[in-house]
Design a protein around this ligand. Structure first.
Ligand code: AMP
Length: 357
């Protein structure tokens, strides 16, 4: 168990790092944020900050020397960075989950190998392979880059094979995977935390609604169909966590279909669909992630009260903060980002045991 006063390193400087930093402070830890970006909303609430490149080995070694354990809040941290740091300090979770989650093809094969069911898919390493994949998968379909996709970025939807050229250009002609379009009733996520001793706890699954590929809301309780599929999805995520000897919060995103849960993707980190746990669960995803990586006992993941609604503030949505503050039941989170851009996550609002006014 990491004693209070120890330093936890966080790779990545966004809002997830900010909320992890606040949870770490609550437990008496100091946080050192490492990120290449000029500004960091995580570093604004933490003690130490290194602004340096992911491949700057002297800076990484110096960072590691100040940390008792390192974790990450960003799933596109290069795997080589984590491997390098692992030679200097414990990194939790380890590089393997990150490596798999960064490669949509590896991820689907890994999950299918553990008995999970992803959408039908075919590899599209080049333009010619897209025609073959379309013949196999059919339309509608979604073309997704193998790497560096999040929040619907690096994706093109195809309603007809004739749109192949436009879709290929739309993803900048990068190596991709073609996925059959899943007819789903709902989207939901499984949020789990696995402790250093292998204990696994799950939060209740919210139903998630996306707009333009970006999470808009997470709500509990979810519809009955999600409640019925939650256990099967949980069993898969626990297998994944065990196979990776994972430590910390792991998220899986699923489609609830007429034939059961279809695995969409996983994130080896705390997740936007778990923000409701700050006020809506006995112990939040952020606190439990810190507890896990610090080797502390895990806290209860039970839901505090129903209903729970988490509403993202994206782009101009941040301008609704004064109205949200006028609702006494609303917990408002402003990430303190200076620049308002379309599609950028700038804050969120949560209601627990109450609905939005
Ligand atoms: P992703 O970045 O893969 O999570 O995709 C963003 C969103 O696009 C998902 O949350 C779904 O709403 C939608 N989506 C992605 N893949 C599929 C699929 N194979 N079938 C139907 N909808 C999808």
């Amino acid at each position: 168990m990491l004693p209070p006063g120890s330093t936890i390193g966080i790779l990545g400087g966004g809002q997830l790092g900010r909320m992890l930093g606040l949870a770490a402070a609550q437990l008496g830890y100091k946080v050192h944020v490492y990120a290449p970006d000029a500004t960091s909303v995580a570093a604004e609430v933490t003690a130490h900050h290194s602004q340096a490149a992911w491949d700057d080995e002297p800076r990484l070694a110096a960072f590691a020397a100040t940390c008792d354990v390192v974790t990450f809040e960003f799933e596109n941290v290069p795997v080589d960075t984590v491997r390098f740091l692992s030679g200097h300090v414990a990194v939790r979770p380890g590089a393997r989950g990150l490596e798999i989650a960064q490669d949509r093809l590896a991820e689907k094969s890994f999950v299918a190998g553990l008995g999970g069911r992803p959408a039908p898919f075919a590899a599209v390493p080049d333009r010619a392979a897209l025609d073959t994949a379309l013949a196999e998968i059919g339309t509608p379909a979604i073309l997704k880059t193998v790497r560096m996709g999040y929040d619907g970025k690096g994706q093109a939807r195809l309603t007809a094979a004739a749109a192949a050229d436009a879709a290929w250009d739309g993803i900048d002609r990068r190596a991709a995977v073609l996925e059959g379009f899943v007819t789903f009733d709902h989207e939901f996520s499984v949020l789990l935390v696995r402790g250093i001793d292998g204990e696994v706890r799950f939060w209740d699954s919210p139903v998630n609604v996306h707009h333009g590929g970006i999470l808009a809301t997470s709500t509990l309780p979810p519809p009955q169909a999600v409640l019925e599929q939650q256990d099967e999805a949980r069993a898969l995520m626990a297998k994944i966590a065990d196979a990776l000897d994972y430590v910390g919060v792991l998220t899986g995103e699923f489609f609830a279909t007429a034939d059961g849960p279809v695995f969409n993707e996983m994130a080896p980190r705390v997740h936007n669909s778990g923000h409701w746990t700050i006020e809506g669960a006995v112990v939040s995803q952020f606190e439990n992630h810190i507890r896990a990586v610090a080797g502390l006992p895990l806290g209860s993941t039970a839901t505090a009260a129903l209903p729970v609604v988490m509403h993202n503030l994206i782009g101009g949505g941040i301008e609704t903060v004064p109205d949200l503050l006028a609702d006494p039941a609303c917990h408002v989170h402003h990430y303190g980002k200076a620049e308002v851009r379309d599609g950028r996550k700038l804050g969120h609002a949560t209601w627990v045991g109450a609905s939005p006014a």
